[in-house]
Design a protein. Sequence first.
Length: 153
Amino acid sequence: MNWTGKAQNGIAARLTDINGDGHDDLVVSDTDAEAPGGYNDAGAITVLKGTKDWLTDTGAQTFSLDTEGVPGDMTGGDWFGDAISPADYNGDGKPDLAVGVPNRTEGAGAVALLYAGADGLTAEGSALIGPRDLGSPADDAAFGKELSGPATK
């Protein structure tokens, strides 16, 4: 099949059924996405919905540190979306997303957690976790640069 939707910036990062409809959705990562004010490389992810006929950009969702409800603020050079790991982090049976932000806070890095809902991802209840939150004030740690593959129970 050929893609007939709007052109997407970034790379295809993961396939996972975020909304639980039985069709894999595609997470596209664009670490080059611009922050408000023109700052480069802030990063964003876009989720394209899976359907019985393939993927569609109808109802696509885009998230970044500038999305209302996601903790933090979007700045240049964060690289939000550098790594993506789907797993059921809150135990509701749907794959949520851990999103690496390895250059956040002067290179210390962070991981954003976005939770799945019936309509896809939601910023509600999302979290931003960095090394300092775990008791390790590591500068230049690039926390979130590498995330494991999908976790299993």
